[in-house]
Design a protein around this ligand. Structure first.
Ligand code: C2E
Ligand code: MG
Ligand code: MG
Length: 600
């Protein structure tokens, strides 16, 4: 609590109606005089103008004057009642009889130089018996001890016992008041900066060496941080706080720009680089730091902390043991990610997704055998989004389960329609399946249900899974693959070559198709500089796959020359712009009507 707060709160305390005033019938006037004189509490009698009529020795002592000399002095000057407008008004109300009491806390300068905290009370006395003049009693009690105690309590409340640094509460108080000051008092730079740091791998220290060592490490780190913050090289004197756990913050008020913050962050990294010797243990730690620097106007404490939090996350993501500066563009990207992520699920219900289909073409005869279903999001705000923008997000937040089911259903309906229109040589449909669909949903039941509902024969459905999705599959995923394969559904490994590329392992799974990643084909794209090594690798892969009973599809076939080489090497099917870009379903129907020969 600040001095101002305290005053405001207590000045509001006023008794409503004048009631029992001091009654002087029982004791003599002399008794009162003696009591007034001997009292340890500083007291003065005032007239209605607030001038001193009499002051006792304790009062004289408090203000450093002979009580006799205080007669006719202005009481409000002696007790600093004029400094705060609200106190001043309340005081005037008592003097003119509209209010019954004023009580407030003030800090006074003691004649010996130190300051004392006092509680000032002003209340009416019974009028002077002879003249009937209204008088007030001003009493001033020294509450310095109580105030110190409160201050000490507050210190305890506002500091972290482990590191003795200011804690989160104090940090936010300082941050808010710094923002306020910087925005409204043009004396400083009007800017503010923050280094928000988190120790890398601190949890491991706690877990392996125990909390005692963890605490000692934290407090040693705190000391080094404090030294950095005080260093004249970074125009020191910055606040260091422990925000909780292994998180610390360094606040730079009146920052001169990002350079100053960068220097401070680098100083912290350097300081933490030296190992710590703690009771026979030699420990090394590093920290990741998010650095934010901006104009104070328009910045809120929460806004600044959010930016710092995001930036700290980037520092971790970029490889830890570093500082990273807040980047508004990177943040906008993150915001879009967030916006997309949170609207994915409702978008499925609102029907904002559509499928395009891309032919899978036999390299021998150039005829389309099947199509891959590729999802697009017709976003009302961002336009049509490619799956690279949202599939990973849907996997992260689980929306992929619903979206995947929708894709499967839509694709199967479509394939069944094509089959009915061209029963002699039906097209199969290949649908991408995310790992989470295998884990978090009953894929087998979904597929069986959709096949039954649409009437699509299982042989006309192929599911594409990535290598990483099936690697190490045991238990549930393996059972699912087996059940699907038993049903007659083909399993393809998508983007083969980008992951573990463990053919021997894959051959033991119920997999029947390998889709070679586009990067292989791209490797021998250049006509002038063909890379024989790439071609040899692909040739060996294809041969091996064939020996293991798998067929091979090449992705990203863009030129006739690539198609020819792939055919010679022994690839079975190709997919790519050479044949067709992914297209709307009616274009596929047109292709079927034309005898399914693609443009190539
Ligand atoms: P993918 O399964 O490897 O799909 C092939 C991607 O390569 C498609 O990109 C396709 O448009 C693109 N492509 C086709 N031919 C060529 C070519 O000649 N050159 C080049 N440069 N690219 C070509 P798209 O449609 O953006 O899909 C990207 C990825 O998104 C897909 O890669 C797939 O992993 C994922 N995806 C798409 N639809 C779904 C879906 O319904 N569910 C799931 N789980 N993932 C999907
Ligand atoms: Mg695919
Ligand atoms: Mg692929």
């Amino acid at each position: 609590m600040t001095e101002r707060d305290e005053t405001t709160k207590e000045s509001a305390e006023a008794r409503p109606a004048p009631s029992g005033r001091c009654d002087d019938t029982a004791a003599s006037l002399g008794d009162y005089r003696a009591t007034f004189h001997a009292a340890r509490v500083a007291m003065a009698v005032l007239n209605r103008d607030g001038l001193v009529l009499a002051a006792n020795p304790a009062f004289g002592e408090l203000v450093g004057a002979d009580p006799a000399e205080l007669v006719a002095a202005t009481a409000s000057d002696l007790t600093d009642l004029g400094a705060d407008p609200r106190v001043w008004t309340a005081y005037r109300e008592v003097l003119c009889g509209r209010s019954d009491r004023l009580r407030c806390t003030r800090r006074l300068k003691h004649p010996e130089g130190h300051s004392v905290w006092v509680e000032v009370t002003v209340e009416p006395l019974t009028p002077e018996p002879l003249s009937g003049e209204e008088r007030m009693l001003l009493s001033v009690a020294d509450i310095s001890d109580r105030h110190d105690l409160l201050a000490r309590l507050r210190h305890l409340q506002m500091h972290d016992p482990v590191t003795r640094l200011p804690n989160r509460a104090l940090f936010f108080e300082r941050l808010s008041s710094a923002l306020e000051t910087a925005s409204f008092e043009p004396s400083g730079t009007g800017r503010i900066g923050l280094c928000y740091l988190d120790l890398d791998g601190f949890k491991a220290v706690n877990d392996t060496l125990g909390h005692r060592v963890g605490d000692r490490l934290l407090s040693a780190v705190a000391q080094r941080l404090t030294r950095c913050a005080e260093s004249p090289a970074v125009r020191g004197g910055h606040l260091v706080a422990r925000l909780g756990g292994d998180e610390f913050a360094l606040l730079v008020e009146d920052s001169t720009g990002t350079d100053q913050l960068a220097e401070l962050a680098q100083c912290v990294l350097d300081a933490l680089q030296r190992p710590f010797d703690l009771a026979g243990q030699r420990l090394s730690v590093s920290a990741s730091i998010g650095v934010v620097e901006r104009a104070a106007t328009g910045t809120t404490a929460t806004g600044l902390m959010q930016a710092a939090d995001t930036t700290l996350y980037w520092a971790k993501e970029d490889g830890k043991a570093r500082w990273t500066l807040f980047d508004p563009e990177r943040n906008a990207h993150r915001m879009t990610r967030q916006a997309l992520s949170s609207t994915l699920r409702p978008a499925v219900d609102r029907g904002e997704f559509t499928l395009e289909y891309q032919p899978l073409v036999g390299l021998g005869d150039g005829r389309a055998q099947g199509v891959e279903a590729l999802v697009r999001w017709r976003h009302p705000q961002f336009g049509t989004l490619s799956p690279n923008r949202f599939i990973a997000l849907a996997e992260e937040n689980g929306a992929i389960v619903e979206l995947g089911r929708w894709v499967l259903e839509r694709a199967c309906h479509q394939a069944r329609a094509w089959q009915l229109a061209h029963p002699a040589e039906p097209l199969f449909v290949s649908v991408n399946v995310a790992v989470r669909q295998v884990w978090d949903s009953d894929l087998v039941a979904d597929v069986a249900g959709i096949l039954a509902e649409t009437g699509l024969p299982p042989e006309l459905l192929q599911l594409e899974l990535t290598e990483s999705a099936v690697m190490g599959s045991a238990g549930r995923p393996l059972q699912a693959l087996q059940a699907l394969s038993d049903m007659g559904v083909r399993i393809a490994i998508d983007d083969f070559g980008t992951g573990y590329s463990n053919l021997a392992y894959l051959s033991r799974l119920p997999v029947s198709v390998l889709k070679l990643d586009g990067s292989f084909v791209r490797g021998f794209r250049s006509q002038e500089h063909p890379n024989p090594a790439d071609e040899m690798i692909v040739e060996a892969l294809v041969a091996l796959a064939h020996r293991l009973g798998l067929t091979v599809t090449a992705e990203c076939v863009e030129s006739a020359e690539q198609a020819e080489r792939l055919r010679r090497i022994g690839c079975d099917t190709g997919q790519g712009w050479l044949y067709s870009r992914p297209v709307a379903p009616d274009r596929v129907a047109a292709l079927l009507d034309a005898g399914r020969h693609t443009g190539a």
